[in-house]
Write a protein that binds this ligand. Sequence first.
Ligand code: PFF
Length: 450
Amino acid sequence: MNNNGRAQFSSKFAVVVAAAGSAVGLGNIWRFPYELGSNGGFAFLLVYLLFVFLLGMPVMLSELVIGRRSQTNASGAFRVLKPGSHWSLVGLLGVITAFVILSFYFVVAGWSLEYVFQALVNRFEGQTPNDLSQAFTDFSTDAFRPLLWTVVFVFLTSAVVLAGVQKGIENISKILMPVLFLIILILCVRSLTLPNANEGLKFLFKPDFTKINSSVVLSALGQAFFSLSVGMSCLITYGSYVSKKNNLVHTAFEVTALDTLVSVLAAVAIFPAVFSLEINPAQGPELVFITLPNVFTQIPGGYVWAVLFFLLLAVAALTSTISLLEVITAYVTEEFKLKRRTVVLSSIVILVFCATLSSLSLGVWSDLQLFGMSLFDFFDYLSSKILLPVGGLFISVFLGWFYPRKETLDELSNGGKLSVPLFNIYFFLLRYIVPVAIALIFINELGLTK
Ligand code: PFF
């Protein structure tokens, strides 16, 4: 607790693991590898890295500033910093985005549990590639089984959030994040020691710029924001639990670096294995659920690797769903003066409902389409390609243009105690580069320049 009785992370380490826990998730291990595989390998990686450091990290730092300065939830934060304005709607948009993301995220998180189970009972052994592909299609389009796992995942997440900031979020992140690192490192070593592994590395590190077009650029932007958990006030919420003694610039840099490292490690754990077995790298969302079980059936000790990999996926997903649910919980408890328990329990009902819609939209309700997409794809598209970049744009405009620059500097320097050598560059990025780049990418993607 801080002096005002508000919950707080207990140490610098706790802040970094909790924020990295939010950032590192399905976005890194499920989404990044298939985006990379289908969008040109290294060329995509370069555009992605550019966006992460030039656009994503400044927005992350801004969210941390807004959160710690205001000491309140996503929406209340803007009201505290700019009373009487409509800026709090940006925070509300973040809360809505959390619901949209969780609607499909819980479904994939549920799949990861099913695959932990399948790996444990050695279900992949002796299966042909066709069997594995059919098994995933049968499972993901089934009406009941994916939902069961989704509900289990919703309950796991809720239990942690119910336990509160320190006892729940902080403690679980301190255990799970080091476990996650260990598992991914072991998997990288396994993948790199397979025959022909360097074909996969060549693919990862040899650029194919012909694949880069406006929609790939938007994908890279969406992926950068999604992966860093920025653009929806998640780090405003977590920032409000950070002690006034922390160095926010260091925190933002460390979280960005860890998140990027895990994405690259996930790709290194996956592609050499994929190439070693001559499997097509350009698969979509099913890459980790179909291709990897294939890999596991063909390598020595596959049983152990399969269990480890899907455990990694589930652990990464859990620390992220926790942060998404915390955005909603902090907002409703503080804005409507309700108990954490009441809020979490009622959120469960809404979230299970939304996740059911997106899960069923892949199977029995596949006719239910929005803009030519299943609900599942629509929630994914809407959140990462529209809501997060728009949120990031507003956050950067707010801090860049509508909040006194000296106040931002004061927060970043902990009231003048720390030096912030790169402040001018950060502020320039925030004022000009972030909003203009996001706007241009949108305009280009919408075809308005043609
Ligand atoms: N960053 C998470 C991932 O890469 O899986 C997803 C996410 C979590 C997005 C929290 C946004 C957020 F606020």
